[in-house]
Write a protein that binds this ligand. Structure first.
Ligand code: F6R
Length: 382
């Protein structure tokens, strides 16, 4: 029984709290097997008539935004851009040029990150519609956006974000269902099937947590002398390799970068060696043609990496013998829908970062130079 366990660190506790946090979050947006109508009413009119959305966020929240770009484009046909909030809020130069401004979606666990707040302030000034997804429903962002979609992750104490990230992914998936429904892009049977798939995710994670914990502890020990890791993924999984790499950096102080799989050979491959292993997401949704295509291309890369002698840790579907035969280490994830896989596959990467932190003697709940919310001292305009 995982909920009876005691945890040496908040980060590990929060990783284990994810199934419950997800269930709480889903309950806020679902009425049994249906999307809640009051939420649909609140969301009406959020997306601009041209269906253009700009996502502004920082750090892990921006990685959730990268996943949202694919969800909202693939499932709803919206046109989405993702910006670093710190860049967007300093862009300027768009005044008086007749530019049609997109709707703004801000993502933030704290709802107080100064750069993301600045992006929201700018959007409000221009009259753009705004939506805030935060883990603090009374936060400044939640109050200042036209619409707020809070998370039910509960208080997150460890600096490395874990349960707030997976809850962001769940709410973003729900947002894409709401939008797809509103735009008539998803038939009711498909909507019902997607809701049922989403509802199954917390239980699936719960069932895999103990196994991942044991395996990732062993892998962290095996790879503890690596100086750099390259994380690779395609499509929506690219968002997760960016997150896996960030988590490893901030928790264990080990250098890591996340790249799209196809970019490896355009430079980073020069780094791959005995001391620079690869972490490759090679999961697949066999019901989706595009997912199978991405998977096949990833298999090609894994074959090339085997020939090259690279050390690869693969995250792949349970029972995938093709991937298992090509890599040094194989981490299994139960197969689920392509657009929901990120919520599950990030969890072993969170655990890898956690155990690497222990291997390196880092105070994982309070890594150096970082704080839970990057805010500025108020200057009178907030
Ligand atoms: C990483 C992490 C940070 C935050 C970033 C933005 O684990 O927590 O990268 O995601 O500082 O903070 P929020 O989400 O509060 O806007």
């Amino acid at each position: 029984m995982t909920n009876m366990q005691s945890f040496p660190h908040e980060m590990l506790r929060e990783i284990y709290e994810q199934p419950a946090a997800l269930l709480r979050t889903l309950a806020m947006y679902l009425d049994g097997d249906h999307l809640r109508e009051d939420v649909a009413d609140r969301l009406a009119g959020w997306a601009n008539p041209a269906g253009e959305v700009l996502i502004a966020a920082s750090g892990s929240s921006r990685h959730a935004g990268l996943a949202a770009e694919i969800l909202l484009e693939d499932l709803c046909g919206l046109a989405v851009d993702v910006e670093y909030a710190s860049e967007y809020s300093c862009r300027g130069g768009q005044e008086d040029k007749g530019i049609r401004h997109p709707s703004l979606l801000v993502l933030s666990q704290s709802g107080e990150t100064s750069d993301t707040l600045a992006a929201l302030r700018e959007a409000n000034r221009r009259g753009q519609h705004s939506l805030a997804i935060t883990n603090a429903k009374a936060s400044t962002m939640a109050r200042r956006a036209d619409v707020s979609m809070p998370l039910g992750a509960g208080v997150e104490k460890a600096v490395p974000a874990t349960k707030s990230f997976t809850c962001q992914l769940a709410v973003l998936y729900l947002l894409s269902l709401y939008e797809a429904q509103r735009m008539g892009r998803m038939e009711s049977a498909e909507l019902a099937a997607n809701i049922a798939r989403l509802q199954a995710v917390p239980g699936s994670i719960e069932a895999q947590l103990d196994g991942w914990r044991i395996q990732m502890a062993a892998l962290a020990h095996k790879y503890n002398s690596a100086s750099t890791f390259l994380f690779l993924g395609r499509g929506i999984h690219y968002a997760i390799v960016r997150e896996g790499a960030l988590k490893l950096k901030e928790a264990s102080y080990v250098h890591a970068e996340g790249y799209p799989v196809g970019e490896l050979k355009h430079g980073p491959n020069a780094l791959v060696s005995d001391t620079v292993p690869l972490v490759v997401i090679a999961t697949v949704d066999r019901a989706l043609k595009a997912s199978v295509l991405r998977y096949k291309k990833t298999l090609e890369l894994l074959r090339d990496m085997k020939t090259q002698g690279a050390k690869v840790i693969a995250i792949a579907n349970t029972g995938d013998t093709q991937v298992a035969g090509l890599v040094a280490d194989f981490v299994a994830v139960q197969p689920i829908n392509e657009y929901l896989l990120p919520i599950a596959e990030v969890v072993p990467l969170q655990l890898f970062a956690y155990f690497m932190a222990l291997e390196h003697g880092v105070n994982v709940d309070r890594p150096r130079n970082l704080s839970k919310a990057v805010v500025e001292t108020p200057k009178g305009d907030e």
